[in-house]
Design a binder for this molecule. Structure first.
Ligand code: AP5
Length: 219
């Protein structure tokens, strides 16, 4: 199965991706995680992207298309299937993607601005594994420590209040219009109420995808 998750920052794309990728044995491909990995390892891509990411802006379309093409065309991802989380994010990326790749579903995350702000400001991550926590909704067993390694959790630089505002504006201007574009050019899309608690969102997604793909149940 191949799924594309599209939604505002902090809408729960990464959280749901991890749950479904485990359940359905899919690769979770988060463009944000890939870029952060490159930044941490000071690769040429990482060095170019660091400031852009920390400012809450978007990395160039060309760079992202190259990165996504390389990632999605590996034999493992082609045969295993994937959840693509964070791409496409502009009309140019969407046009390019829809010409080259076929997926089972584009999944849109619906959520209010107030909830987004609460979720992003409480998010903490374990930078090495990309495990996601929330100080209220998904707290670690020990305050500010990763459950598996015991290492410190961090707040992403782009999760600071000033940057959240910029990222929401960037989403509204550059990413929100792709929803209309996809609706106009495809029929395989659905929306999820991302406002609900984590497990409810996961159950809704599982039901929705099973209803549409009853054969997946047998896998
Ligand atoms: P990226 O990492 O993709 O950031 P994003 O899209 O802004 O999404 P987030 O990671 O902020 O949120 P999420 O929806 O995954 O929410 P999460 O599950 O963590 O991209 C970062 C940057 O990389 C971009 O700004 C850009 O610079 C660059 N980039 C990436 N892709 C690009 C592209 N295609 N083109 C150009 N540039 C690109 O959840 C958030 C919090 O809420 C967590 O704490 C979680 O525990 C909690 N939570 C989740 N679900 C629930 C729930 N149902 N109930 C309660 N709490 C919940």
């Amino acid at each position: 199965m191949k799924l594309v998750f599209i939604g505002p920052p902090g809408s729960g794309k990464g959280t749901l991706s991890k749950i479904l990728a485990t359940k359905l044995d899919l690769s979770h491909i988060s463009t944000g995680d890939i870029i952060r990995h490159n930044i941490n390892h000071k690769t040429p891509l990482g060095l170019q992207a660091k400031q852009i990411l920390e400012n809450g802006e978007l990395v160039s379309d060309d760079m992202m298309m190259e990165l996504v093409k390389l990632t999605l065309t590996t034999q493992e991802n082609k045969t295993k299937g994937y959840i693509l989380d964070g791409f496409p994010r502009t009309i140019a990326q969407t046009e390019w993607f829809m010409k080259i790749f076929e997926v089972d579903y584009y999944v849109f995350f619906n959520i209010s601005k107030d909830t987004i702000i609460e979720r992003i400001s409480g998010r903490r991550i374990h930078p090495t594994s990309n495990r996601i926590y929330h100080i209220k909704y998904a707290p670690p067993n020990v305050e500010n420590k990763d459950d598996i390694t015991g290492e410190n959790l961090i707040q992403r630089e782009d999760d600071k209040p000033k940057k959240i505002k910029i990222r929401l504006a960037v989403y509204q201007k550059q990413t929100f219009p792709i929803i209309e574009y996809i609706k106009k050019h495809a029929t395989n899309y659905c929306s999820i109420n991302a406002e609900q608690p984590e497990q409810t969102v996961a159950n809704e997604a599982i039901t929705m995808l099973n209803i549409s793909h009853p054969q997946e149940e047998a896998k």
